[in-house]
Ligand binder design. Structure first.
Ligand code: GLY
Length: 318
């Protein structure tokens, strides 16, 4: 039994491991671990009290994938329900003929299954950060009033705020049956354009699990993982026979092919069916965590760096 997670999964990994030891499935462990992070008001990139979009609304994305069957469920742009990972799992468990529900449809589904709803998903502290960020961008220093009809094309450039792009939580688990599951949850980019969906709820982009080969989950600039199909690429490289480290490095190196103005940070964690695991990042100093069943607590380890950004233009495509 093994769980790996992004570093901010530290608050949930003990509960997730407890579930595995009590005969819970990998799917249970992933859901339980992520729920803890989603409820944590101090993590501003996941669930309750995440950074809102440019209009100050919190829109959550999440997905979960079952490596036994390749079944998966996902929600995007969901407002008012803190446990996005649980709603995503229910999209799968309720046997809808769908994988991904977004916006009003996701909220309707969440109501229909009686998912836990919270009236206020933001603290005053985070509202003040949002208001301050917008105010600091006006000539007068006054908070602008943005309505449904306000043009947002210029405002949304704040979404590249480098201090607030990073975040998202990843969990991948192998249970006592050898089954693999992977989950991702996020509030997305701070100050994003309303309706922006990242890689986290996109199966194949930010999340992929297949018992036969392994699993991968991503954090970072989701647009890049969508464009390169990063999580699926890594698992496909495993399927093609590459060892885990080579498969993971190749999935990151593929990102060097992406052109355009918005090339930045990307991070992934991955494991293979034998329980080898790895974390990679485009930036130095990033970590991930893991815990095996025989370990009293999780261990935090440094991610290997694979440079991908346009800052390193001229790197070989390999
Ligand atoms: N990787 C999370 C996001 O881009 O929304």
């Amino acid at each position: 039994m093994l769980i790996i997670a992004s570093h901010n999964g530290a608050s949930g990994i003990a509960d997730a491991m407890r579930a595995l030891k009590n005969d819970g499935s990998a799917m249970d462990a992933v859901e339980i671990g992520i729920r803890v992070v989603e409820a944590d008001p101090s993590d501003h990139t996941v669930g309750y009290n995440g950074y809102p979009n440019i209009l100050g609304e919190l829109e959550l994305d999440a997905s979960i994938m079952d490596g036994r069957t390749l079944n998966s469920g996902a929600v995007a742009l969901m407002r008012g329900f803190p446990y996005a990972i649980s709603v995503a799992r229910q999209v799968m468990e309720r046997k809808l003929p769908h994988v991904l529900l977004a916006g009003a449809g996701a909220e309707r589904f969440a109501r229909e299954i009686n998912a836990e709803a919270w009236e206020d998903m933001l603290t005053d502290e985070i509202r003040a950060v949002w208001r301050g960020r917008l105010a600091a961008s006006t000539a007068t220093g006054e908070f602008p009033s943005l309505s449904d009809d306000s043009p947002l094309l210029e405002w949304v450039k704040l979404a590249t705020d480098p201090e607030r792009v990073a975040g998202t939580v990843n969990f991948i688990a192998i249970d006592g049956q050898g089954d693999i599951a992977a989950g991702v949850s996020t509030s997305g980019w701070a100050w994003k354009y309303p309706g922006r969906i990242g890689d986290s709820p996109i199966i194949g982009a930010g999340n992929y699990a297949d018992n036969r080969y392994g699993a991968c989950a991503c954090t970072g600039m989701g647009e890049m993982a969508i464009r390169a199909g990063t999580a699926r690429s890594l698992v496909l490289y495993l399927q093609m026979g590459m060892p885990l480290r080579e498969a993971a490095r190749q999935a990151m190196i593929d990102l060097r092919d992406l052109g355009g103005d918005y090339i930045g940070g990307m991070n992934l964690i991955a494991l293979d069916r034998d329980g080898a695991h790895i974390g990679l990042s485009a930036d130095a100093g990033r970590t991930y965590i893991y815990q095996q069943a025989d370990m009293a607590e999780h261990v935090e380890v440094e991610r290997e760096v694979v440079e991908i950004s346009a800052r390193w233009a001229g790197l070989p495509r390999e």
